[in-house]
Design a protein around this ligand. Sequence first.
Ligand SMILES: Nc1ncnc2c1ncn2[C@@H]1O[C@H](COP(=O)(O)OP(=O)(O)OP(=O)(O)O)[C@@H](O)[C@H]1O
Length: 256
Amino acid sequence: MADTVLEASGIRVSFGGVRAVDDVGVTVAEGQVVGIIGPNGSGKTTLLNALSGVVPATGSLVVDGHRVRLGGPERSRRAGLVRMFQQPQPYRYLTCLENVLVATPDRRASGLGAAWLARPYMLRVERARWASAFAALERVGLADKARLPAAVLTYGEQRLLDVARGISACPRVLMLDEPSAGLNDHETTELLVLLRAVAADGVALLVIDHKIDFIDALCDRITVLETGRIVAEGSPAQVWRDRRVMDAYLGTAHDA
Ligand SMILES: Nc1ncnc2c1ncn2[C@@H]1O[C@H](COP(=O)(O)OP(=O)(O)OP(=O)(O)O)[C@@H](O)[C@H]1O
């Protein structure tokens, strides 16, 4: 069985009197894709915000066996949690390659003395960074657009560029918030194939999405939230059979 990468338990987030996330736990193993679904306002995004340290939260977060203190975006990032947001936000006037480069860790020595002494090393590191950024673009099928400004990309391509940025940040866990939003059927399928390939490389994926077919085909396991609490958890087949899911989620989605 694959190693557990992320283990969160008892996660709680409150905004004033609102319990946005109430005692939620989630576990993701290497190469596994876990979906988080639920009606609007059920706490999905807030859960990802809690894990990525951008909202105050209580509970336990363990990544690769090491406890990570909640509430610090840099701590979560250093532990290997990489977050992608609902709207792709490329730097429009940078090239696609530059957009990926700014997301890759820069480990060059700083200071003139260090820079001079470590020059051959730095050049090697810098070349490796460019190669890995280009490889990430190749991975998402945008290599031929590497030198074009991101402004010329379609919305679907911007989403792929976002994934390239995520991959090149060397995540242990990639967290995606509604990645299929705004994509047509063809683009959604393309994204699905790409994310499965990313998972096959050993990255753990936590994915929020409203498209049931996409979630069903993508995820190994699904956690269903309603008003901040887990109402069902299991394989897609188990979850779709669950009466509470019909009531809490599918009913609402179909009525919408
Ligand atoms: N910054 C905030 N301040 C106050 N309340 C918030 C804040 N962020 C979220 N909430 C509240 O927390 C609850 C959960 O919101 P959240 O955005 O996590 O739900 P969601 O399941 O991601 O919804 P959607 O599917 O619409 O994105 C909602 O009641 C929301 O109004």
